[in-house]
Structures are given as C-alpha cells and as structure tokens.
Ligand binder design. Structure first.
Ligand SMILES: O=c1nc[nH]c2c1ncn2[C@H]1C[C@H](O)[C@@H](COP(=O)(O)OP(=O)(O)OP(=O)(O)O)O1
Ligand SMILES: [Mg+2]
Length: 597
C-alpha cells in the first residue's frame, strides 16, 4: 500500500452501508435474491422488523411466515461493509467458519441461507455513508437467527463469564481443525499487529491517553514480540464481546454470532480479547474489572489450558485489546462525530485501561490470574472488588493488598453509610474478610424476613459473589408492627414528630427495632437469615440527629448505660452491644465461625 492510499480502516467509514430506515429498498433486495429461501412463490411473506446495532455493517431483523405454518421464524439480514464486500474470499471465509462451527454439537452459531443464485450471499448496489462513493456494490446475507438476548442486555455474573470462557474454549478447540486461506490477512484489530496502532495515536484526544497507549505498544514490542514464535497459532473468533454472545433460556449460552473479525493469529488472543470485554461487561464495569476477566479466564483455561508463555503475557495482551478498542474508537469518532454507537464502549474502556495499566500492581495481577487458572480455586474467591475501589474494611485486614488468601471474602451491600460504620465495628475480628459495596437496592414490600431475603438475592445476582445485606424495621406494637420495613418512608415523610404523633391516642408507645441480616455464599446458594430485635419505646427526639430514628427510640434493654436512653444518646460502642443490628450480626458471626471450623 502506498503511503497516501487510504487504509481499509478509513475506507470502511466511507463504505459503511447507509440503508437505515429505507426498508423498501431492502425488501426489493430480498424479494429478488432470496425468493426461494423465503418461499415467496408458495405464499411465504416476510417483514423487516427493525435495524439492529452494528459497528461497520448494517443489520436488520426479519420475520418470516410460510402458508404451511402459523409460526414465524426470525432471520438476520446482514448488509456488509463495502470493504469486505469487495472480497468474496472474506465472505466465503465467514460462511465456512460458521458452517464448520455449527456442526459441533455444543456450539451454536448463525448460518447463511442460500440465495437464488445458489450462493450463500448476494450482491447489490446500495447506498453507503460517503455520497461520493454511493451506491457501492455490497454483499447481503440472510442468516439464521439465534433466539435469546445478547449478554450486553443481561445481568452479567462471574458464573456467566465462566461459562462464556468455557464456550469460547470449545469454539477454539473446534477451530484448531479449521483452516481457510482468507484467515491469513492483516486486520487492525488483530493484537498481533499492535504496533500498527501507532498511526492512530494522534486521533486520541488527550496527551495523557496518547502516552498511555504508547506505553502499552512499547511493552508489547519489548516483551511479547520476542516470544511470538512460541505462541500457538489458530483461527480466532476474535471478537467475543457481550454483544456477540447470545444468552438463551435459564441463563445458558445459546450461541455466538459475528465472525467479521476472525483471523488466524495467536490462540491466546481469543482469550485475552474476551477478557478485555469481560472487564467492560455490566459486572466488570461496576468495580470488578479484574474479577470479571479472571472469571472468564478460569472458564477458558479449564477447557483450553494455556501454556506458560501464553500465561506470561495475559496482562499485556488484555491491555493491548483495551488500547486498540479505545484508540480505534477515538479514530472512528473523529471520522463520524454524530455516531453515538462509537462512543458506547469508549469511556469505560479508557478508564479500565488507565486502571489496569497504571494503577494495578502487575505482580498482583499476575498472581490473581494464576489463582484463576488453578482449578481448585472457588469462583467466589475471585469475585473481589478491584484494588482501586475504596475499601472500607481495609484496616480490618492484616495485609493492605486485597486478600485472596483462604479467608472468604464477603461483600456487605448497603447504600447507608451509618449502617456500614456500625457493621464495620460489630464485625471486627471475624474469620471472613468483609468488603463493602455501595449500592441502593430497591425498597421491597412485605414482612421483614421476606424483604431481607429478596434484597440479598438481588445483591447476589448483581455481584455474583458472597454477600450480606440487611433490612431494618421499626415496629410499633400498638400498630401490630407497622411501620416495620416501611420506616424509611415514614421517617422521610413524617419526621421524628410525625412518628410520635402516630401513636397519640394509643395507650401503648412500646416498639421494637429489628434488623434481619441475610447472607448468601454465592449464586445458587441458599440465603440464611438472622433476626435481631431490641425492645424500647417511641419518645420525643433526644440526642444527636445523625442516624435515622435513633433519637426517638428509647431502649429498654441492658444496664444503666443503655436502658432509658435513646439510641442517639448512647455511646456508639454501647449501641453496638445492645442494638437490634448487633444481635443480628452476632448470630451471623457465630454462623460463619461454625461454617469455617
Ligand atoms: O440503627 C438504626 N438507627 C436508626 N435508624 C436506622 C437504623 N438502621 C436503619 N435505620 C433507618 C435507615 C432507613 O431510613 C431505615 C431502614 O431502611 P433500610 O432499607 O434497612 O436502610 P437503607 O435503605 O438506608 O439502607 P440499605 O441500602 O441497606 O437498604 O431505618
Ligand atoms: Mg433500603
């Protein structure tokens, strides 16, 4: 290529299909080229439902009906970018790879339907992004559609990432027996070509980020390239991200789509690309980048064991993908500032790269990944927050590093700072390591035990790790336990005076405070509940006003340092021995001690 000829990456912007909402144009294409597949002469009908996301192509969802069956079948219409459309070998490559994989019993992928010309695609002159180049000959394929939801729209858990890792390992094992001449091509997204990113660094908006990408490329050249000959080769899927993994019923992986980036390269790159994307999944993005990538790696390595040299470069190669994605994203955006889809991954990707490359100790990450590749490691042990997430329980630990020793890490999930302060004190000297995750869980309705149990299940689904939640109620005896779990809203709307007035007219002003702690050791495990209660009565506010209803709850338990005083008037350390919360957490402590002995 001469130096002023535009690169494929540039031409891909010009030749991006621009059919958009013009469904009638697409209807004509399908009617003229896929009439047999769509059984149009025997009464079959089809309807384009909507456009689906795509980076450089255009995708449409199609619904098809035959006269024979009332059932509708969905298909995907893919209009390829003009650059790939020029190269019949590439399209043939993608078709053969999908057909090869689909014959594997545990892999499911989209397969092309045959056009009226007898080929698994057709070609038409269609509009593209650059008016100067429009219309251009574009390849159109009709593909089977995998029922399910892309992982991008699901709550991602470490368990799901682990099975995604196993799935890609199966794909890669199957691809070890696949070859095609078109797989040997240059592709800017192939991390073997990380050095070629240098020409795009100038499109990155800040000098700090330009420098960051520069240093990742340097490290790649200094440490990975010299080992290149020892890295196993194979055909890769190359883009195992959460938009390309389809989740079906009961959260099982239903299939993989999109072989547009597939190339022959270093086998380990299929895993590191997917690890980088795991970091950007809904689980990874919420303070669990390392945990997400480790869960994926654990699944992959369990079915496709990596060699020592492949293992050695995991951190650098993961960062090469993040750098590639962020840099080419910056370039694409500079070419097409109106396209918000291009920005979708950009900012989280930058922040993740900044953290992993600049803030996480590389020895720490190496040993974390080693742990992930040890088959004896429990997934829960890997599900720890990133070392950069504020860790309120740090001082309780012997080491400042995020511990992944044999103590169990449990995450206490709450949105309430005051609760957290108390729990930190109460749970001091516990066998388990407890971290905090700040998350406002929905305020559910029902009795306190039910509310607490459901809250815990939501937190486990969100974090995929061992969690503790608690829900606190203030129950008036005269009102048969109300406001109970609804105290948060009553306090919010009526204040301390309102709570007092609610009992005017009742002879009984006694109440009890109740905390129900819920503990679950991970997805699929049972929730254990611990109910702590303390008796008292509702009084006009006395003492500091800094925590909830503390000033209006006069405790009637314990000795003179507690009985007769409101929670607010008591010394914190006293409250933490007599309170509803102290009692519930003491039961949890006993439970955890028994469990670990
Ligand atoms: O020892 C306490 N002393 C006084 N007030 C208290 C106490 N413990 C909870 N509270 C207040 C906070 C909230 O207004 C309501 C419980 O609602 P609750 O849903 O359990 O707490 P929250 O929404 O603040 O935090 P979380 O994110 O853990 O659900 O009672
Ligand atoms: Mg709450």
């Amino acid at each position: 290529m001469s130096s002023d000829a535009p690169s494929d990456e540039v031409r891909r912007k010009w030749l991006k299909p621009a059919i958009g909402e013009n469904f009638s144009l697409l209807n004509d294409v399908l009617a003229s080229s896929f009439s047999t597949a769509l059984e149009l002469s025997s009464g079959g009908t089809f309807n384009i439902l909507k456009q689906l996301d795509s980076y450089d192509d255009e995708n449409f969802l199609l619904e098809h009906k035959t006269t024979m069956s009332a059932k509708t079948t969905k298909y995907l219409v893919k209009v390829h970018n003009g650059v790939e459309s020029e190269d019949a070998k590439i399209i043939d490559y993608q078709n053969t790879i999908m057909t090869h994989l689909n014959s594997h019993p545990s892999i499911n992928t989209t397969v092309p339907l045959i056009s009226d010309d007898g080929a698994p695609f057709t070609s038409h002159k269609l509009p593209v992004a650059s008016p100067k180049h429009s219309p251009a000959p574009l390849t159109v394929r009709l593909l089977t559609y995998i029922e399910g939801t892309p992982m991008a729209y699901k709550q991602v858990t470490p368990a799901l990432l682990f099975s995604a890792g196993e799935y890609l390992a199966n794909v890669d094992s199957s691809l070890d027996s696949f070859s095609h001449p078109a797989s040997e091509r240059f592709h800017a997204w192939d991390q073997k070509n990380t050095s070629s990113l240098r020409e795009f660094v100038k499109y990155i908006q800040t000098p700090e980020r330009q420098q960051l990408v520069g240093s990742v490329i340097d490290a790649f050249e200094e440490s990975v390239l010299p080992d290149a000959s020892s890295l196993r080769q194979g055909v890769l899927q190359s883009d195992f991200n959460d938009a390309n993994i389809i989740i079906g019923a009961s959260d099982k992986i239903a299939g993989v789509i999109d072989f547009g980036d597939s190339v022959k390269s270093w086998r380990v790159l299929d895993c590191t690309v997917a690890m980088a994307y795991a970091m950007l999944s809904s689980y990874g993005k919420t303070g669990h980048s390392l945990a997400a990538s480790a869960a994926f790696l654990a699944g992959f390595n369990s079915k496709y064991p990596l060699t020592p040299n492949e293992k050695k470069h995991l951190r650098t190669l993961v960062c090469c993908r993040l750098a590639c994605s962020a840099t080419l994203g910056a370039y694409s955006y500079s070419q097409d500032p109106a396209n918000k889809y291009l920005l979708l991954h950009a900012e989280p990707c930058w922040r993740t790269l900044e953290m992993v490359w600049n803030q996480v100790d590389s020895d720490y990450l190496t040993s974390f990944y080693e742990l992930a590749m040890d088959s004896k490691t429990d997934l829960c042990l890997l599900s720890v927050p990133d070392p950069t997430v504020p860790d309120h329980f740090q001082k309780l630990r012997s080491s400042t590093k995020r511990a992944f020793s044999d103590t169990k890490t449990i995450t206490f999930v709450t949105g309430n700072k005051k609760k957290l302060e108390e729990v930190q004190k109460i749970m001091d000297n516990t066998t388990a390591t407890i971290t905090n995750y700040k998350l406002d869980l929905p305020e559910l309705q029902g009795d306190p035990l039910y509310v607490s149990e459901e809250k815990c299940k939501l937190a486990v689904a969100e974090l995929g790790t061992a969690v503790i939640t608690e829900d606190t109620s203030l129950c008036f005896n005269a009102l048969n336990g109300m406001p109970g779990p609804y105290i948060k809203w009553f306090l919010d709307k009526c204040g301390h005076d309102g709570l007092n007035k609610m009992l005017d007219g009742f002879p009984d002003r006694t109440a009890y405070a109740q905390t129900v702690v819920a503990y679950c050791s991970g997805p699929g495990s049972p929730v254990h509940l611990f109910d702590g209660r303390t008796k008292g009565k509702i009084v006009p506010p006395r003492g500091p006003l800094d925590f909830g209803w503390d000033p209006v709850f006069e405790c009637s338990e314990g000795g003179p340092s507690s009985a007769g005083l409101t929670y607010a008037e008591m010394d914190k350390s006293v409250k933490n021995t007599v309170s509803h919360r102290a009692k519930a957490f003491q039961q949890l402590k006993n439970f955890l001690e028994k469990e670990s002995s």
